[in-house]
Design a protein around this ligand. Sequence first.
Ligand code: COA
Length: 196
Amino acid sequence: MDRVERESLVRDRVAGRRAAEVRLPSVTDQTDTFARPVARIEPWGTEDLPLLMKLNDPQMTEHVGGPETPEKVVERQSRYEEEDSRQYKIVVEDGGKGIGWVGYWERTWHERPVLEIGWAVLPSFQGRGIAGSATAQLLDKAREDQQLRFVHAFPRIDNGPSNAICRKLGFTLVEEIDFPARQRGFVRCNDWRFDL
Ligand SMILES: CC(C)(COP(=O)(O)OP(=O)(O)OC[C@H]1O[C@@H](n2cnc3c(N)ncnc32)[C@H](O)[C@@H]1OP(=O)(O)O)[C@@H](O)C(=O)NCCC(=O)NCCS
């Protein structure tokens, strides 16, 4: 390795980027479970406010601090429907009705920029591998974006399905943390990290 290559590698490491020549297999293709997806993801659309309202019920939001006000949901919808928002609805057939959400965004974590990912699936569609499949597809998109190297998920420690998704998709459990709650205070969460 010559000096220029070495300096470029050091620059990438400092920026948290993976060396350009390292190509990893797609997350979707890594297991048989996701070889034939049970769900697809499509960019969040202008017509998807009713889905966001449904996902905002007390049962669905129990692990993230409870429902938001309708005004907050409308505000969220306007962010989600922007082009390149990186927010997706989950559908079980192409162009079909939305039955869930997955998305990622940037946040500062331990003084570094990282991506954070989240997911939700309507109760009548849960337990069929849909959130796992959709999240695998989203991780592949995040990898294509080549923005930042690490994706974090912060499920509450007692959120069985979300912790199971992180485990089965190959996230690494970093530690338990007190994470700022939506409304106020803190909740005990796991910090899971996926290396894109
Ligand atoms: C979390 C959520 C999206 C999961 O959706 P889903 O489509 O049912 O998830 P999947 O079927 O892909 O995977 C769930 C996994 O959890 C496992 N699981 C389910 N209940 C569990 C429990 N109580 N304890 C441990 N694992 C559990 C399932 O066995 C499955 O793993 P497997 O595929 O290896 O068998 C859904 O429960 C939800 O929308 N919850 C409310 C919103 C929420 O909490 N979002 C996350 C905030 S961090």
